[in-house]
Design a protein around this ligand. Structure first.
Ligand SMILES: [Fe+2]
Ligand SMILES: [Fe+2]
Length: 169
C-alpha cells in the first residue's frame, strides 16, 4: 500500500531530524548542521516524490476528504520556509562566542522553533496518511498502485543511499 511506503519515509525523516537534535543539544554544531542538511535533502526528495507521483493522481480521483492538493502544496512551502529559517539560526548560533548560559538559552530557543517544525510536519504527515494516501489506496487500480510504488521506491532508495552510509558511522 502507498500509505505504508510513505509512512516509512516519514519515519526515516524523523530519525534524521532526531540525530540533528541530539547533536544540537550537545552544542556539536558541525554535526548538527550536517544532519540537518541530510534531513533537508531527504525531505526535499520526499516532497518531490509526492508532488511528482502522488499529487497529480490525487487531483484526478474523486476526493472524499475536504483538503485538495493545493493545501498539501501550501504545507510543503510552509515547512520548507521554516526549515530555511532554522538553518539560518543554526548557522548564526554556531558563529557566536557565547558563555555557557547564553549558549544553552539560545539552543533552547532553537529547539523551541524546531518543535514548531516538528508539529507542522506531524500534522502534514498525518493528513497525508489519513486522507490522501488512504484515498489513493482505495481508488487507484492495482496496476497503477504497483507502478507508483515501484517508481517511488527506486527514487527513494537512490536518495537514501548516501545518507544510509553516513548513518553507519
Ligand atoms: Fe508531504
Ligand atoms: Fe509526506
Amino acid at each position: 500500500m502507498l500509505v505504508e511506503l510513505i509512512h516509512q519515509q516519514h519515519q526515516e525523516l524523523q530519525e534524521l531530524f532526531a540525530r540533528h537534535q541530539e547533536y544540537l543539544l550537545q552544542s556539536k554544531f558541525d554535526e548538527a548542521k550536517q544532519w540537518l542538511e541530510h534531513f533537508k535533502a531527504c525531505q526535499k526528495a520526499h516532497m518531490q516524490i509526492e508532488e511528482r507521483y502522488l499529487f497529480p493522481e490525487f487531483a484526478k480521483i474523486e476526493r472524499k476528504s475536504k483538503w485538495d492538493v493545493s493545501l498539501y502544496e501550501k504545507e510543503h512551502t510552509k515547512i520548507n520556509q521554516l526549515c530555511e529559517n532554522i538553518t539560518e539560526d543554526l548557522n548564526w548560533l554556531s558563529e557566536q562566542e557565547f558563555d555557557e548560559s547564553q549558549l544553552h538559552r539560545n539552543i533552547i530557543a532553537l529547539i523551541d522553533k524546531e518543535k514548531t517544525l516538528k508539529g507542522l510536519n506531524e500534522h502534514h504527515e498525518d493528513r497525508e496518511e489519513d486522507a490522501m494516501l488512504k484515498e489513493l489506496d482505495e481508488q487507484l487500480e492495482e496496476r497503477e498502485l504497483k507502478e507508483l510504488k515501484l517508481d517511488i521506491k527506486l527514487t527513494w532508495t537512490e536518495v537514501m543511499g548516501s545518507v544510509k552510509e553516513a548513518m553507519k558511522n
